[in-house]
Design a protein around this ligand. Structure first.
Ligand code: MRU
Length: 362
């Protein structure tokens, strides 16, 4: 077991470009081992995204942006001209887009990189210049995400009392983003501002992002954290010990309906029942102007083996089936506020988030 990311820079180096490869902090192996997974081709990066070596909506977007730069770089190294490199880029874009369907940041980053390539090609730049522009854009996407995390943190921290106990689900921290965090970014900002914040982290079955990743990074940053079984959340909310629930998001529809890790919806229902505010923190890259409501959000279904066991251990008997949706959709009506880099947005979200439509149309 690692002692935590104390030796790592913060924001974390979740996705980096090193020596012609995309290098990921391997989240399949945390917290036992802090290792880095080197992806030197696009199929390798696609496999890493599917296996959750890199996960969390904004981090998947950053990885995909670097995947586009990797695709072009491999073409340049193979001596291709811009036409051949562009043909390969489209194939690699499609492969990256097919990895995980729910987090809209993936498609947002791929579209942004396609526009970068198209405008560089249109300027008649040589293939090396196009490659440099794709790499520069990927670096900007990561830096922007960290800046958005800091802005969300500042806005969201104001929602918490000076002494606050917060419940969160999954991992929406540095590991899930460009390195800082969304829901945990709010907690880091409150903690850094001197508020006494303690966190209860749902373990987040089946892949335990809460018990493994959220616990690891909060602990390392000196924020007191207590892990609970997902099934304990409703009783904890009834106990009166929780001031707020804060989660991240994988995709937010125009009306505020929010897709996030499976179990988020149950948490929001329990929070409403017990009068605890339920907040979502997400950058604008997670808002999808093309989805009018949550019914239009595709929900990933993952392999049944993830429910029937964990890693090498299988606990259900042979012949037993499972259902494994990776996400659920929390109706906007259960959400007290959505925190973005622009501040705190309240219902009706179709009005308070209307700016995203204007931006995507421009
Ligand atoms: O399957 P995962 O681990 O990629 O799911 C991640 C989540 O559901 C996070 O809460 C969400 O992406 C927000 S991350 C800032």
């Amino acid at each position: 077991m690692t002692d935590g990311p104390r030796s790592l820079p913060f924001p974390f180096p979740v996705v980096e470009w090193r020596d012609g490869a995309v290098v990921l902090m391997d989240q399949c192996r945390l917290p036992e081992e802090l290792t880095f997974r080197v992806c030197d081709d696009v199929p390798g990066l696609c496999a890493a995204i599917r296996e959750l070596a890199v996960r969390g909506a904004p981090a998947i977007g950053v990885a995909a942006a670097w995947g586009m730069a990797l695709s072009w770089d491999l073409s340049v190294r193979a001596g291709c001209d811009s036409g051949a490199a562009a043909d390969r880029l489209i194939l690699d874009r499609d492969a990256l887009a097919a990895t995980r369907p729910t987090a809209v940041n993936l498609f947002w980053a791929l579209d942004r990189q396609m526009r970068t390539a198209e405008s560089a090609i249109a300027m008649d730049s040589g293939p090396e210049i196009v490659g440099r522009m794709l790499a520069a854009e990927a670096a900007i996407i990561r830096e922007e995400d960290v800046a958005l995390g800091l802005a969300m943190g500042a806005a969201g921290a104001a929602l918490l009392p000076d002494t606050a106990t917060v419940l969160t689900h999954c991992n929406a921290g540095g590991l899930a983003t460009g390195g800082y965090g969304t829901a945990l970014g709010v907690i880091y900002a409150a903690h850094d501002a001197g508020k006494k914040v303690r966190v209860y982290a749902d373990e987040t079955r089946p892949l335990l992002q809460g018990a493994r990743l959220t616990a690891w990074e909060l602990n390392a940053r000196g924020v007191p954290v207590t892990v609970i079984c997902d099934g304990a959340a409703a009783s904890l909310l009834r106990s009166g010990r929780i001031d707020a629930v804060i989660t991240g998001a994988d995709r937010i529809a125009r009306n505020g309906d929010t897709a996030n890790k499976i179990g988020t919806y149950s948490l929001a229902l329990a929070a409403r029942e017990h009068g605890v505010p339920f907040y979502v923190a997400a950058p604008s890259s997670t808002l999808d102007a093309r989805c009018s409501d949550g019914g239009a959000i595709p929900v990933e279904e993952r392999d049944h083996s993830e429910v029937l066991g964990f890693r090498d251990v299988k606990w259900s008997p042979d012949g037993v089936d499972a259902w494994n949706p990776a996400f659920d959709v929390t109706p906007a009506g259960l959400i007290e506020a959505i925190v973005t880099e622009r501040g705190v947005h309240r219902a009706p979200f179709s009005e308070s988030l209307a700016w995203i439509e204007d931006e995507s149309l421009s």
